[in-house]
Ligand binder design. Structure first.
Ligand SMILES: [Zn+2]
Length: 153
């Protein structure tokens, strides 16, 4: 069997990327930081190892508001693309909208259910977690803990 390959592109098409192999994580995310950053009531993140990602064209712009967190996007059309956190250094999260075949990535869990919008209804029986669905490295802590300590990223 051949290796799974998924292609990605931003809205304007300047940025194209390819992912090799299986994603290790797909989750709904109801957190308000991502809601602001993405501009959508909720987000679906697809998790891969950074080594599985290959940029084929274009250049990612990055933005960081929270210590240790870097978000990437297309500088031309603004499509949100990626999320990386130093607390989960070997994990790269990509927005579901960046994928050319988003139907192939059914989420397995709800993250930050505590922040979900009351009019967004789900009838699935997936686990609902009130915080992150992935544990941050204890030495690095969660983004909120980092901000509270005022540490430099
Ligand atoms: Zn673009």
């Amino acid at each position: 069997m051949s290796e799974r390959i998924e292609t990605c592109s931003c809205f304007c098409g300047d940025i194209k990327a390819e992912l090799k192999g299986e994603p290790f994580w797909v989750n709904f995310d109801h957190d308000d930081d991502c809601r602001k950053a993405i501009g959508s009531p909720l987000t679906v993140w697809v998790g891969y190892r950074p080594s599985q990602f290959q940029l084929l064209s274009g250049e990612l712009k990055t933005f960081s508001k929270t210590l240790g967190i870097e978000r990437s996007f297309c500088g031309r059309c603004g499509t949100s693309i990626g999320y990386q956190d130093t607390g989960i250094a070997d994990e790269l999260y990509l927005t579901i909208g960046f994928f050319d075949r988003p139907e192939r990535f059914p989420p397995s869990v709800h993250g930050y259910w505590s922040m979900h919008l009351p009019w967004v209804k789900f009838d699935d029986d997936l686990q609902r977690i009130d915080t992150y669905t992935r544990d941050r490295h204890p030495a690095v802590g969660t983004p909120a803990e980092r901000m509270a300590k005022g540490e430099k990223s």
